[in-house]
Write a protein that binds this ligand. Structure first.
Ligand code: SAM
Length: 257
């Protein structure tokens, strides 16, 4: 399996699959003011908006939104996805410092984060900020894939085939392997040696068990979990790794304030 899918699959997995999962996790989106933590390129946000959210704020740590709302709208429309005509008045991008959300308490009807928490430096701080800006009794959700100790946890398995290398080898070894890949695939040099390397270095290397403990410590009134797992050959996994760390590839948690 390729870690990064083909572009058409990528668009659908964000605009449809992820957005529908988010909408059902927070028990409906119609008329809600919604916060997306770590929006990146706002494909999911268009999916959530088109499913009836009143307004959506994308929060991230980078100075500018990846792409732009207009570029993403064009990309989605030209691939057959229906984007609301009034999107520009219903979407906003906000940058922050990765620590304090620049919003009042209880300002959102729903909050979510998709594919972000394996990168977040201070997980408990961001979770507690999510809780702070949620309205009382509202729902939020966080979906994470892949957790670092699992097979795809490095995000680099498309370039380095050795199973579980990220649990056994040094970062220097990994950098050399990426350079070797770039030498054989010069068109991918920038992607692999700059973007993917930085992404690898940004991973917090948490396990799902550690994240579970973090969520429990925040004080949500309810939290419900779903685990993602699939058959994986563990012959070459490190001996001291636990089965749950190796086999829990992703988690989705929904929580109520
Ligand atoms: C893999 S991308 C996911 C983007 C988008 N949610 C998606 O699924 O396509 C991870 C994003 O998390 C952002 N990020 C990393 N640390 C963050 C933090 N502490 N708070 C908010 N966003 C963060 C990165 O800048 C990046 O845009």
């Amino acid at each position: 399996m390729s870690f990064i899918p083909e572009p058409d699959v990528w668009l659908k997995s964000h605009f449809d699959t992820a957005a529908e999962k988010i909408v059902s996790s927070v028990f409906g989106i119609e008329g809600k003011t919604v916060l997306s933590v770590g929006c990146g390129e706002p494909l999911i946000e268009f999916g959530v908006l088109s499913r009836g959210a009143k307004r959506i704020v994308g929060l991230d740590i980078v100075p500018e939104i990846a792409g732009s709302f207009a570029t993403t709208a064009d990309k989605l429309s030209s691939n057959g996805f229906s984007v609301p005509a009034d999107y520009s008045s219903r979407m906003e991008y906000v940058q922050y410092d990765g620590v304090d959300f620049p919003f009042e308490d209880a300002s959102f009807d729903a909050v979510y984060s998709w594919g972000v928490f394996e990168h977040v430096a201070d997980v408990r701080q961001v979770l507690s900020e999510m809780r702070r800006v949620m309205k009382p009794s509202s729902w939020g959700m966080v979906s994470v894939f892949p957790w670092f100790p699992s097979y795809y946890g490095s995000h680099l398995s498309d370039y380095i085939p050795e199973p579980f290398f990220h649990l056994k080898e040094t970062d220097e070894w990994t950098k050399v392997k990426l350079e070797e890949y770039a030498d054989k695939n010069p068109q991918a040099r920038d992607l692999v040696t700059r973007h993917m390397w930085q992404e690898f270095k940004s991973l917090n290397r948490k396990s799902p068990e550690e994240f579970y403990r973090d969520v429990k410590s925040i004080g949500f009134s309810r939290h419900a979990w779903e685990l993602l797992s699939y058959e994986t050959t563990l012959t070459e996994a490190p001996n001291d790794a636990t089965l749950s760390d190796l086999m829990i590839c992703g988690t989705t948690v929904r929580f109520m304030k």
